[in-house]
Ligand binder design. Sequence first.
Ligand code: UDX
Length: 435
Amino acid sequence: MRIAIVGSGYVGLATGVSLAEVGHHVTCIDKDAGKIKMLQSGKSPIYEPGLEAFIIKNLEAGYLSFSNDIDNGCSTAEIIYITVGTPQNKDGTTDLTDIKEASIDIAKTISQDVIVVTKSTVPVGTSETLKQLIEENLVHPVSIEIVSNPEFLREGSAIHDTFNGDRIVIGATNNFAAGVIEEVNRPFNVPIVKTELRDAEMIKYASNAFLATKISFINEIATICEKVGANVDHVASAMGMDKRIGHQFLQAGIGYGGSCFPKDTKALIQLSGNVEHDFELLKSVVKVNNNQQDLLVEKAKQRFKSLTGRRVTLLGLAFKPNTNDMREAASITVVDKLIAEKAEIIVYDPVANETAKRTLPEGVNYADSFQTAVKDAEVVFILTEWEEFKQIDLSEFKRLMKIPIIFDGRNCFDLDVMRVYEIEYHSIGRPSILR
Ligand code: UDX
């Protein structure tokens, strides 16, 4: 099939590249000319394992192209995916400006019947609104159908997830359109669920809200574990063995971040409010997560009384490992709090230092290696569980730090191992190791 992808961010690129990989002819479009130029030369603008290799392979094979001109890919496409960003407004509602603008731009280029697929996360009912908007702005008398096909990929494993997903959701009112999108996705060999449009839109919000709830739940259990002398990792591990609960998303830590959970939970609370339902449970999930991000600094303040002038090193800045994405990362909150405490801040992330420079406030010192970051530190905070940190020779902390005290927000190390190294070690939901 000839497919156009409007919006070449995370979702757009992962979708476009994967569709090209299974043999469709795909043009990925973006307004950002610099980004398109980069992609045309086979370079990925985002850090995503496996993505660049697929870009190069499919560019060379002629299945994939990139364009700055919406006319270019859309006018001859049989299917157009909308994958532009749907950020959140200050009040938690979804900002539909870009997706509406993209829909109008698409409408003006279409010169043959086409299926438009919304992949961006949008409030329930939006796909219908977009269909109407496109129809109102058509230049040629063509027919369009709309399909909602929400994206469940995780950053850092986007390509893997596309080929190994648990399900592909296809929401449509028109059976023919749903059937076409089913065929397009068949080569991925992932179970396909066909639903109504509104069901598909809701499935995305409900799934992300549920996963966020699991995280906040285990983080609450972690807080209680600390108070009663239990170990949350042992608790979560045995809980997860119950198949009804499962092991995934039970890792206690400094809270969830990223481009989806914080935004989607707030949007669902807003959506519920619009239909006069107070989603109390989800409001608590968000509140617990906000508190969780403050936890390490609060613990350190209790330990030292004051952090003023203290040399504090943050290891890990991205919202999770295997990405350079800083959106809603816990490190942003931690840095703000440390600046307010007048601490001296050194930071290091194996991949996200450059994105962090554009996100974090002035006054933060960037180190280019673990060793330079940790040297002479009086406290280390671990905020992202990068493999590089988990594999570190623990004696390095003792050798390099002025005083070896670690506040680990991701429970990277085994308590028994830590005891051997005589490092003061505070983590989440587990007994502290004091020297
Ligand atoms: C998420 C969803 O998983 C994906 O299906 C959706 O389409 C987009 O949002 P992503 O934001 O890439 O994907 O990251 P994910 O791996 O889900 O992690 C989100 C956040 O939760 C991270 O900050 C992570 O550190 C945190 N998390 C995750 C925990 O704190 N504990 C866990 O057990 C799992």
